[in-house]
Design a protein. Structure first.
Length: 237
């Protein structure tokens, strides 16, 4: 056996062990996070494969609590919207959440209304279409609708979990989010991008880091979410 082959086999074993350890850590972190999230007193909500994992959601909620984020913009409505609204109902603030699926947007609005959380959220229906900011000519949320909803906002927290980007060819679908918000970002702000275990999201993080001067922390064992801070903020996990 050559040294190159032995080295390759060692790396393969190490990668397998690392993957298993990350999965174990993810399971442990999600179990703990789910227990903490239950303390918010929300009823059962349908947690799909597209939803943020509990540990990733906890990272976002920690940020809102610790660093007093008050103006939040989200791309991709869902369970996260409702949990964020619940926290904002106590600490103050508002979230603007863009959603391309009209029926899903209505579902989220109905749940928010039933929980008396509507006043803290604007669910904005924004169909996907051509965007001057996109990479590879991929569709993004209607820029006119987005711009109108963001008017006069000073955004200090951004959460990106949409549009869908899991299919081959759609890897860069979420890139336009930060460039589209550029003129509305506060001096101090935080950006979260979900699904960073995928190559597309990794590339997007690199592009944003170069363009906006943001260093991103990657939480692979906490829901595969990244956190990038511009300005000052307390460390949070």
């Amino acid at each position: 056996m050559t040294e190159t082959k032995r080295s390759y086999e060692r790396m393969t074993v190490i990668n397998r062990i690392t993957t298993k350890l990350n999965r174990f850590a993810q399971l442990s972190n999600d179990t703990r996070a789910a227990a903490e999230l239950s303390r918010l007193g929300l009823p059962y909500l349908p947690w799909s494969d597209a939803s943020l994992l509990p540990s990733a959601l906890q990272v976002v909620l920690n940020e809102i609590e610790i660093n007093s984020r008050k103006t939040i913009v989200e791309f991709g409505s869902g369970i996260s919207t409702i949990y964020i609204a619940k926290v904002l109902s106590r600490v103050g603030g508002r979230i603007v959440s863009f959603e391309s699926d009209v029926e899903w947007a209505t579902f989220v609005e109905d749940r928010l209304s039933a929980l008396n959380l509507s006043e803290f959220v604007s669910v904005v229906r924004a169909p996907l279409g051509p965007s001057k900011l996109s990479r590879n000519n991929l569709n993004w949320y209607d820029q006119g609708i987005v711009a109108s909803a963001l008017e006069d906002l000073s955004i200090d927290c951004v959460l990106i979990d949409g549009p869908p980007a899991y299919e081959v060819g759609y890897e860069m679908a979420r890139y336009p989010a930060l460039p589209a918000l550029k003129e509305h970002l506060a001096q101090d702000y935080v950006v979260f991008l979900d699904d960073i275990h995928r190559a597309g999201e990794q590339k997007i993080l690199q592009l944003w880091s170069d363009q906006f001067g943001i260093k991103f922390l990657r939480y692979f064992s906490k829901g595969n979410i990244s956190r990038g801070v511009h300005g000052t903020a307390h460390f949070t996990v």
